[in-house]
Design a protein around this ligand. Sequence first.
Ligand SMILES: Cc1cc2nc3c(=O)[nH]c(=O)nc-3n(C[C@H](O)[C@H](O)[C@H](O)COP(=O)(O)OP(=O)(O)OC[C@H]3O[C@@H](n4cnc5c(N)ncnc54)[C@H](O)[C@@H]3O)c2cc1C
Length: 326
Amino acid sequence: MNPFDFATAANINDAIARAGAGGSMYLAGGTNLVDLMKLGVALPSHVVDIKQLPLRGIWTDAFGLHIGALEKMADVQANPLVKAYPVLAQALNGASPQLRNMATIGGNLLQRTRCNYFRDTAMPCNKRSPGSGCPAINGENRAHAILGGSDFCVATHASDFAVALVALGAQLALADATFSRTLPLVALYRLPGSTPQLENTLLPGELISAVLVPPLPWATRSTYLKLRDRRSYGFALASAAVAADLATDGTIRDVRVAVGGVATVPWRAYTVENALRGQPLQQSVVDTAAQQVVVGARPLAQNRFKVALVQRVISRALLSLGGTNG
Ligand SMILES: Cc1cc2nc3c(=O)[nH]c(=O)nc-3n(C[C@H](O)[C@H](O)[C@H](O)COP(=O)(O)OP(=O)(O)OC[C@H]3O[C@@H](n4cnc5c(N)ncnc54)[C@H](O)[C@@H]3O)c2cc1C
């Protein structure tokens, strides 16, 4: 591991001031950052431990559901206010119980890709080492993206929770040295384009302080369906976060769909949503609407199966919401 300075932030301003130094990184649960430091993929010169900061709490008010960035995945998953949105609680069932007890919500949203080329410093990777190339494009690419990729990078985004939050239109509360702002979560993530090393739109040293899920009462009818190679420690090959507002006759009044495991960023499927509104929730309708998600998809040699898989996971997830809102 590379040498680095370590400091525990006394308060939010202290954290932001310390993180202003070039080469600084925040440490929350450490389950992703420490892993990448050991691999030599992350090389911070300063590590700022933020675990003591008061970025906690889960509550609702007129603005929606607030989740502090330092809340642990396990605590968020078990919280009754979160459980009211099944899609959120279910999306937090990844990793393992031990990891969920360490890992925080802010860290989950900013975790790095699981692309094996990115994680192997003996290999070229444009994301880790800009300009070195992307061996995944013509190499082992079964797990890679069919949506949102570029000639420079096809690594998938890894967070399940981000997919569920993007479906529900979540916002982030952010803090930096001079001001605070909110940002739609969907705007946090950058497509790789020709600069895959730039993964998000945070300003240098900016801290995620909380996640806000705006009020969406009908999202009590929601689910997260994740398909993976094995039941634990498995990242999504394809996943769908869906929520539906159904009329008593089963017509879809409103709907949210986002997919994971197939794209370089958490992927809101607006075209699928548009094809579903005003339609009955039935197999033929959802199968046809789900086709919209792969318009423009660019499958690679080993992951063509994801084209069909992502459509099926959307259909299955939506049909599981059947019945009416009462
Ligand atoms: C074996 C294994 C299996 C896994 N399976 C899954 C899975 O199925 N689904 C899934 O979604 N995830 C999975 N994960 C990933 C896991 O959820 C993440 O490692 C974890 O959520 C990261 O949270 P953390 O608090 O440990 O982040 P850290 O490792 O502390 O930080 C991660 C990154 O976020 C930054 N950061 C952290 N908090 C903030 C903040 N508040 N503001 C600004 N920057 C911040 C850090 O600087 C760092 O860059 C798995 C991990 C492992 C090791």
